[in-house]
Design a protein around this ligand. Structure first.
Ligand code: HEC
Length: 297
């Protein structure tokens, strides 16, 4: 009996630990005080004006003044690159698929309506994504919704595939020049996604224990394998992007690339954590014009 008591206590303790397991330990980068500091950044007052003025770019940051524009593409309004590039071919392909689906079985307009277009008009639609979808019961990015709506028309357009991103490029191209506008300040699912995304963006993970913010807020302008780290402001407005050294890339595929580069387990396109990060980055991009089709190296 004397021996059984400590054993019992131990069992009780483990049972308790099992029911209230503590959350895994996580390190977070500080969430404010970004470098470069844009006034009102985390309160989403809009940083577009700031970046639009090249005088506000810190020439020391890029290391090489000739590369300074890479710090932030945001002061360059569309068309960023007026010459024909792979993004335009993607838009053509996307347009073709879009019309095939939209006209299916004589039920004109169903696909567009499913994407959220009012009266079939795609103008401004991209500016409202990611959005809360009643049918999906969660916040979703445009590519996830394209997959969902295409499936309703009997077509598989997997999130992350060329054709899915191509439709996204086409839809987004109809909003080029229109400012991104999502509401992440009123209470609701979008605000919650923003808050979660903000946390994930600053959470350290992976073999070398880096957070997205370890690079995208503190190392801006640094060269990493020949590319320059950009600020978290405004980039999402030009996605999906055609990359000359790669291919058509959706935003979530870009996240995968960054995860792989830092030896962090990547997630599936459309996964909740990626969508949350997308909402966070889109909140920081409010006010920036949609700039699709676009091309980057
Ligand atoms: C080791 C540093 C590093 C980390 C950590 C990192 N990135 Fe990146 N990221 C880069 C570099 C370098 C680029 C390339 C910039 C370019 O295209 O010239 C980039 C590009 C991007 C872009 C595209 C920018 C553009 O102009 O198109 C996005 C969006 C992005 N990262 C998001 C993330 C997210 C989200 C995370 C966390 C899951 C993350 N990154 C983690 C270094 C990093």
């Amino acid at each position: 009996m004397k021996r059984a008591l400590p054993l019992l206590l131990l069992l009780a303790a483990t049972a308790q630990a099992a029911t209230s397991a503590p959350a895994p330990y996580r390190q977070f980068d500080p969430m404010e005080d970004y470098l470069p500091h844009v006034k009102g950044d985390m309160s989403l007052s809009g940083s577009y004006k700031h970046w639009k003025d090249p005088a506000n770019l810190d020439w020391r940051m890029a290391g090489n003044p000739e590369e300074n524009w890479k710090l932030n593409w945001k002061f360059m309004d569309p068309p960023f690159n007026a010459s024909v590039h792979g993004g335009h071919f993607a838009a053509d392909r996307g347009e073709e698929i879009f019309h095939e689906l939209n006209r299916k079985a004589g039920r004109t307009g169903k696909f567009a309506t499913c994407l959220g277009a009012r009266k079939g008009n795609l103008k401004g639609l991209r500016s409202q994504y990611p959005m809360y979808r009643k049918d999906l019961r969660h916040v979703a990015g445009l590519e996830e919704v394209i997959e969902h709506c295409a499936a309703k028309e009997g077509r598989e357009l997997q999130n992350g595939s060329y054709d899915n991103s191509a439709v996204s490029v086409y839809v987004a191209s109809q909003s080029t020049g229109m400012p991104i506008k999502i509401n992440v300040t009123s209470a609701g699912p979008l605000k919650s996604a923003y808050e979660r995304g903000r946390k994930v963006f600053h959470a350290r993970a992976g073999r070398i224990n880096l957070a997205c913010s370890s690079c995208h807020t503190y190392q801006i302008g640094l060269h990493l394998r020949g590319t320059v780290v950009t600020t978290p402001y405004g980039d999402v407005a030009h996605y999906p992007v055609y990359r000359t050294r790669y291919q058509l890339q959706s935003l979530h595929l870009r996240f995968i690339e960054c995860n792989l580069a830092t030896r962090t387990q990547p997630l599936k396109p459309g996964s909740q954590a990626y969508t949350d990060i997308e909402v966070f980055l889109t909140g920081l991009t409010n006010g920036y014009p949609v700039s699709v089709p676009s091309e980057r190296d």
